[in-house]
Design a protein around this ligand. Sequence first.
Ligand SMILES: NC(=O)c1ccc[n+]([C@@H]2O[C@H](COP(=O)([O-])OP(=O)(O)OC[C@H]3O[C@@H](n4cnc5c(N)ncnc54)[C@H](OP(=O)(O)O)[C@@H]3O)[C@@H](O)[C@H]2O)c1
Length: 434
Amino acid sequence: MTAKTWRIGVAGLGTVGAGLLAFLAERPEFAPAGGRAEVTGVSARSRSRPRPFDISPLPWFDDPVALATSPQVDLFVELVGGSDGPAKAAVEAALKAGKPVVTANKALIAEHGAELAALAEASGAPLLFEAAVMGGTPAVKMLREAMVGDEIKSVAGILNGTCNYILTEMEATGRSFAEVLAEAQRLGYAEADPTMDVGGFDAAHKISILAALAFGCAPNFAAAEIEGIEQVELLDIAMARDLGYRIKLVASADRSPDGVLVRVHPSLAPLNHPLAQAGGALNALFIEGTRIGRIFLQGPGAGSGPTAAAVAADIADVMAGAQRPVFQGPAKSLVAFTPVDPSKSVGRAYLRFLVKDEPGVIAAVSETLAEAGVSIESFLQKPVENAPESMRGGVPIVLTTHAVAESVLKAAMERIAGLPAVIDRPRLLRIARI
Ligand SMILES: NC(=O)c1ccc[n+]([C@@H]2O[C@H](COP(=O)([O-])OP(=O)(O)OC[C@H]3O[C@@H](n4cnc5c(N)ncnc54)[C@H](OP(=O)(O)O)[C@@H]3O)[C@@H](O)[C@H]2O)c1
C-alpha cells in the first residue's frame, strides 16, 4: 500500500511560510506516522515579490479563501497573520469545508478561538496552533496534551521576544527604550509598527491562549489586563538591579476560586531567577500544576526555522489522525473564564518617587505608606549621575513593599503623589510572583 500524500495549501509566504516551504521541500516525508506532505497551492499578497525560494512551480491563489477551499488541498496552513481579514476568512472557510487547519496566528486564536473551535467541532476538522505561542518551544502541546492529568494553577513567563530583546539591550548598553527600539526596527527584530509587541498585546494574545488551555475555557483576550514596556526607564532598570532584580515583561494567568486573572506587565524578577536569566529574544514559561508541580520551558519564541518546526509538528499530528478538542472540552460547553478584578490581587511591588531634596521627605513618604497599610521591605536612595532634564531638582527614592492588595497600594501612591515634596508621577512595577 502506498503512503497517503497530504496536499497542503500554504497561505502566507513571509518569515514562517518561507521556513515551512523550505522544510517541506527538503523533508516531505518527515511525519513519524508516515505519508507525504506536498504543497499543492500557495497564496500571499504579491505573486511577484522576490522570495528566498522559487514558487513558480507551485499553483498560485490570489485569494487565500479560494486556496483554503480548493479541491487540490487536504490541509490548510494559515501563516498570513491578523485577527480578522483574510486570515480569519480563510480559516473559517477551510473549517466549514471540513479541512484540517494549522495556524501560527495568536491574534486569531486569542480573539476568535471559541467560534473557530465550534466550526472545527461541527465539521470534525482539527484546528492546531502550536506555533502561535513561543514559536518553536512546545508550550501548547505541553498544556493541551502532556499536562491534562493535572490541574493547572498558573502559567507565567516571557512570551514576547521583541520586548525581551529591548529590555536586555537597554540594561546591557544603557540606551533608552526609544533608541533600542529604533535599532531593533533597523535590524528587522521589531515591526515598523511595534505596538503589538511593545504595547504588550502580542504577549496578551499568547497568555490568553495558554490560559484557555490551562484552565479548560474559551480564550478571553478582552479580560486581559495589559501594560507594555514603553514606560520602562533606564533609571528603573538600574535601580531594580541595585535592589537585586531585573525588569522583564511577564505575562501571567492565575486561577483562584474567584476566577482567572490574566495580566501582562513589566515585572521585577530576582537576578538569579530563571526568568531574569532568559535574555535577548528568548521566551520562558513556568507552568504550575497541583500534582506535577512546576515546569520550566525556555527556548526561541520566533524565527523562521523554529516557528516552521512547530507548524510542521502540527501537520504531523494531522497526518497521524490525532483528534482532540481545540481547547480542553467540547466547543458547546466552553465558557469564557470569569475575570478576577486586578485591584484585588495581592503582591509585592517596586515603587519610585521623584522628590525634592529636602529634610523630612523620606519620613513623609514612609508615614503615608504606613498609614495606608503598605509595609516597606527595602529602601534605596541614590544620586543619579547624568540625570535627565526631567529629573533636575529631584532625587529618586525607590522602595519595595511586602505583599499588599493592589487597590491599597494605588490609593497610597495617589496620596504620596499629592505630597508637596513629590515632583513627578510615582512609578509602580510589580515584583513577579513566580
Ligand atoms: N515571525 C515569527 O517568528 C512568528 C512566530 C510565531 C508566530 N508567528 C505568526 O505567524 C504568522 C505569520 O507571521 P510572519 O512573521 O511569517 O509574517 P510575515 O513575514 O509578515 O508574512 C505574512 C505573509 O502573509 C501574506 N499576506 C499578508 N496579507 C495578505 C493578504 N491580504 N492576502 C494574502 N496574503 C497576505 C504576505 O504576503 P507578501 O509576502 O506578498 O507580502 C506574507 O507572505 C502570524 O500570525 C504571526 O503572528 C510568527
